[in-house]
Design a protein around this ligand. Sequence first.
Ligand code: FEO
Ligand code: CA
Ligand code: CA
Length: 628
Amino acid sequence: MSKLPPHKMPADEWDELHFPRPEENDFDRVVERAISRRGFLSGIVAFGSGAVAMGAGLLNSTSAQAQAVSRFPFTPIDAQTDMTVHVPEGWNWKPMVSWGDALFEDVRGFEATTGVSLADSDKVFGENTDGMETFQIGGHEILAVNNEYVNPETNLPHTKDGVPQSAEDVRMLQNFQGVTVMEIAEGQGGFAPVKGSRFNRRLHHNAPMTMSGPAAGHALLQTAADAEGRNVLGTMGNCGAGKTPWGTYLTCEENFNGYFGGKAEGLSDLVQAGYERYGLADESQYGYEKFDARFDLSHNPNEPHRFGWVVEIDPTNPDSTPVKRTALGRFKHENAEVTLAPDGRVVVYLGDDERGEFLYRYVSTNPYVAGQPTDGLLDDGTLYVAKFNDDQTGEWMALTPESTGMDKAEMLIFARQAASKLGATTMDRPEWIAVNPYAVEAYCCLTNNKNRGVKPNAGGDETPVGGPNPRQANHYGQIVRWYPDEDDHAKDTFRWDLFVMAGNPTVHGDAYAGSKNVTQGNMFNSPDGMTFDSAGLLWIQTDGEDSNEGDFAGMGNNQQLAGDPVTGEIARFLTGPTGCEITGLCWSADRRTMFVGIQHPGGSWPSDSGLPRSTVIAVKRDDAALVG
Ligand code: FEO
Ligand code: CA
Ligand code: CA
């Protein structure tokens, strides 16, 4: 135990000093139970003192490796710790678009050391590139990209430390975020934005949107500026993404709470509990409320209820108004992975990325029929939350007024509280979910959770070690996979296992070494972005600790890896510059270019501009062959 005085102790250490945990922790109990079932339960693997439910292909690494014929179209690369991007031999990359690049004619855009002017700030590519998707219409190729949040010290270089000093500063930050929609085209120098294309638009923090679905118009969504509770300005915290079978883009609002500040008075018990559960504090992270009353909770206590949704955008129609789909629930959305049940109903898998929060599924009431109107498909349906059992079974529990005791709108606005009432499984921060196009199975990155087995979630739900969250104080992360019963994503029961447990086999000899498909040659931490390519390879992007020291020694910078869902094999494909996370992945229409997001790089990457710039890079093979 640390000798530090209490006021200098980290909170978790202080907690342990005052509330010592019992000798036998939850981890040991789960291990004991799992081992006792080994005779009839396949997939439980012992790791030193631990036991974990691993995928069947990972039970015996020797036979799995002997049978595996690598499907990876590249030679894996080593971990790196430098200030550039690395890709395998025979591949190349170049920046395609960076924060501040002009999207329209007569816009100056980014300039070295001074950044972007206020006048240009809503006409340039936004900050912190994240989830993205490509769309095609009439020979035009369109890229929709999330601009998740800002780096104020970089974006406001005229301020001392990035703290906004005026309404203009706040407006500038607001303009850099949200979503960028732009046409792209490949020329001699590779892919680049088409400046001035009629498809180009910025959907920032003040862009008009509407709300639809069961919560639209509810009193908790009404404000002085919008008495109807149906017309919102802006989308924020745009993290992961999704794409519907009918060709629209889904942008997912994650950490919206950090934009609001001020003391709200006279809140009902439900709303007060919601403030606490969703992390609405008296002071914001970005200082908006000091210069923009819309973000001051003492004036607009309902404004934060209008964020934390999945927003549907038609990138092929620049005149369309984005729609917030309340049927998909309000929480800190990561991505929205859309698939169809055998009967055509729309299934959307949704993660809530916070320590000890939940995994959700939406199922539409009506089926998708190509060519028929789709407007109600994301409005009329049922939201479910996952319960994982230690015996590798699980179920989706419906959120209904009957099951939650809440009216339908409140149940969606406060989905976290509703899901807690059902006893859903607290997860190790669900990030991206990906559905295998060649098998009826889905994967979710559980990025890490230092509070696992240590502290409850923000709603007081316990976070016991076990099931798909098998390690206490989990700082490496894992990927859980589930197989819907009867090969139907709309069925309410499933079986599950772990595709991989990240870890460091050079530092640890127990469960923290990771699963057997993690080696000295491919190790990583904190899986985050994830998607399948058209060949059925699972691409994994990381947002973790890049110190390359201690528990993370040898892992290097954040990276992108490919996984084989059949053999469990994992190989490192790309590494980013120091300081960045790797975010967002999609492909050009001809599948000969892979677009990868480099968010918040360090130094002044990618050029010598004096300011670092989040950038989407275009990755190709030297022989211009298919890349996914
Ligand atoms: Fe924006 Fe959970 O990542
Ligand atoms: Ca993420
Ligand atoms: Ca993350």
